[in-house]
Design a protein around this ligand. Structure first.
Ligand code: HEC
Length: 217
């Protein structure tokens, strides 16, 4: 019961972050490269961070999907698992360094132990899971970390289609014996199977320095 209330309060907080009335009217003065002082208000910073987070997560996702589809075409499903094992994190790191942000995927039911949720990601994952259970749509969100110096962008990752079930579905049903063998070999503690279409698979987690957002404004 207490946990439910906490999650509910958290959810209200979540929506608060997206809506302009509830964001304080604090104004930041930032000096940009040309030494001219920029006045930006916090609501606009959050809005810009949301927009940028959407762009970065879309780019990272399309890079992963393209690479995944190519790997499946060349090596089949079990071979593509090996490819994801080696390439998923480097692909994300490349996008991250292009934009000076940190990009991860996190999941309660992680396959790669690197994707185990950090404390601040756990709360968001719980909120997205609660929303899904209660038919509330999951919108991307910004939370402040480190006194607001870091803006934590998150976006829910659901299972959109049957392609995903080849590697995240039910063992013996969508997941073949050969695929299962490969998964056991590379991820002995795998928690990322047993999913159905529409399930919450995890989140995009992007840490954007406020400075970088202001530079773009
Ligand atoms: C060919 C098998 C394969 C397919 C198909 C596949 N995945 Fe994965 N997925 C993996 C592997 C392997 C990892 C672990 C990658 C790593 O080691 O970084 C992974 C990791 C993930 C993660 C990171 C969290 C975690 O569990 O570590 C998410 C989120 C994810 N997959 C979502 C999807 C979605 C959504 C689809 C469908 C669009 C999909 N996957 C299709 C094999 C697959």
């Amino acid at each position: 019961m207490r946990k439910k209330i906490c999650i509910l309060l958290f959810l209200i907080g979540l929506y608060g972050c997206g809506s302009n009335e509830r964001v304080s009217k604090e104004v930041f003065e930032e000096v940009n490269k040309s030494m001219e002082v920029k006045k930006v208000n916090e609501a606009d910073v959050i809005k810009e961070a949301l927009k940028w987070g959407d762009e970065i997560s879309t780019e990272a996702q399309s890079q992963l999907i393209t690479a995944l589809q190519n790997a499946i075409g060349e090596k089949g499903i079990p071979g593509a698992i090996e490819f994801c094992n080696v390439q998923a994190l480097p692909i994300l790191n490349e996008v991250a360094s292009k934009y000076n942000v940190k990009i991860r995927r996190a999941s309660h039911r992680y396959r790669n132990p690197e994707d185990k949720p950090l404390d601040f990601e756990e709360l968001i994952l719980d909120a997205y899971a609660y929303n899904l259970e209660n038919d509330i749509s999951n919108e991307p969100n910004i939370q402040k970390l480190e006194n607001g110096e870091i803006l934590f962008y998150s976006k829910a990752i659901h299972i959109p289609n049957a392609l995903c079930l080849n590697c995240h579905g039910t063992i013996g049903k969508e997941i073949s014996t050969e695929t299962e063998k490969k998964l056991m070999e590379l991820y002995p503690e795998d928690k990322a199977t047993g999913h159905k279409l529409g399930d919450l698979r995890g989140i995009w987690s992007i840490q954007i320095p406020k400075k970088e957002v202001i530079k773009r404004m």
